[in-house]
Design a protein around this ligand. Structure first.
Ligand SMILES: [Zn+2]
Length: 351
């Protein structure tokens, strides 16, 4: 079952780690990202741009594909299906189609219009139990044909959008989509810090996570980034592995032309990239592992159910991260009331 990304990003913000958000392009991508998340035992956001949604023949197809692949692969880690850089109309379509999270990118509107549209979509998304991301200022580079040169968000505008009840906020801090140029100046931590001061505990989103040096991502996580978007890196890994297969002439040997064989090295390369992206940020990996298993440790300091890396909480503890997904709506309410404060309490313990 797909879940909202609200709890996982709030837990990440409180625990100083980040959730990986990986873009989907087709069935291979879906299987590969979910496989990696399950093997790493980490919550994951799978996301889809409007262009990719069109390519995959519509949002409904994407929803059905992700749900069916999750069932078939027995995925037990929390998975959110998120619209990446949605237009107003795209958000409405994804709410209808059964996504569990949306991003409204109103960054190209003036701030008043961005606020008005974001506000409307926050109410709609929350009425359906979905999480919503908004954006302030442009992210450099190109996303689905929309080129944005804006590189740093205005902290005041961030505060305005953050106060609308959104669940996480995308803001430009010198990051860009696509490949980073050789003369890229790096992330603007001064801007990130100023934004963090204005938005408090609001989880922040780092777009264009492909190609940013690991230390910079780690630093950004310390300063409030709780969701890191990765797209280009998986695309390059897929293309390189496929190229290697063809250049080695393997498609000409036996039934090497069979797409199930032809696309296998690329798919494996996506799995490896997703895992590597996560393990390259050790803090993120460790904490995400803990959170994705069981948060019972929040109460005792020792996770009693996690010793054998069990995926499901065997104890009937209301604050357990896994329990709500198994016991329905009432538990989700208990979860919201108990989980975040307990998690924070745990992380505030001395030593
Ligand atoms: Zn983006």
């Amino acid at each position: 079952m797909l879940v909202s990304a609200k709890e996982m990003t709030a837990a990440a913000r409180a625990g100083h780690y980040a959730i990986g958000a990986f873009n989907l392009n087709n069935l291979e991508w879906t299987k590969a990202v979910l496989k990696a998340a399950q093997e790493e035992q980490a919550p994951v956001i799978v996301q889809c741009s409007e262009g990719a949604g069109k390519y995959m023949s519509g949002y409904k197809t994407v929803v059905d594909m992700v749900n069916d692949v999750m069932d078939n692969m027995h995925i037990t880690v929390p998975v959110a299906l998120h619209l990446d850089h949605g237009t107003y109309e795209g958000c409405l379509a994804c709410i209808d189609a059964g996504f569990s999270s949306i991003m409204f990118d109103g960054s190209h509107f003036d701030i008043e219009e961005n606020i008005a549209k974001t506000k409307e979509l926050v109410a709609l998304a929350h009425s359906k139990g979905m999480s919503i991301e908004a954006e302030v200022g442009g992210i450099g580079g190109e996303e689905d044909g929309v080129v944005s040169q804006g590189e740093c968000a205005d902290p005041e505008e961030c505060a305005k959008i953050a106060s609308l009840g959104i669940d996480f906020l995308a803001c430009g801090i010198g990051n860009i989509h696509g490949k980073y140029p050789a003369n890229w100046a790096g992330l603007r931590f001064d801007v990130l810090e100023a934004i963090k001061d204005k938005v408090g505990d609001m989880p922040l989103v780092l777009h264009g996570g492909s190609g940013i040096p690991t230390e910079m991502i780690q630093e950004a996580i310390k300063l409030g980034v709780s969701k890191v978007n990765v797209n280009t890196e998986c695309q390059i890994a897929f293309a390189e592995a496929t190229r290697k297969y063809i250049e080695a002439g393997k498609d000409l040997q036996g039934k090497g032309f069979d797409p199930r064989k032809l696309l296998a090295p690329g798919s494996d390369a996506i799995v490896a990239t997703v895992k590597e992206k996560r393990s390259s940020a050790p803090t993120a990996r460790h904490d995400a592992l803990t959170a994705s298993h069981c948060i019972c440790r929040a109460r005792t300091g020792i996770c009693r159910t996690n010793t054998e890396m069990k995926r499901v909480c065997r104890q009937d503890i209301p604050s357990c991260y896994f329990r709500p997904y198994m016991t329905g709506q009432s538990a989700i309410i208990v979860f919201r009331k108990l989980f975040i404060p307990l998690f924070q309490a745990y992380h505030n313990l001395p030593g």
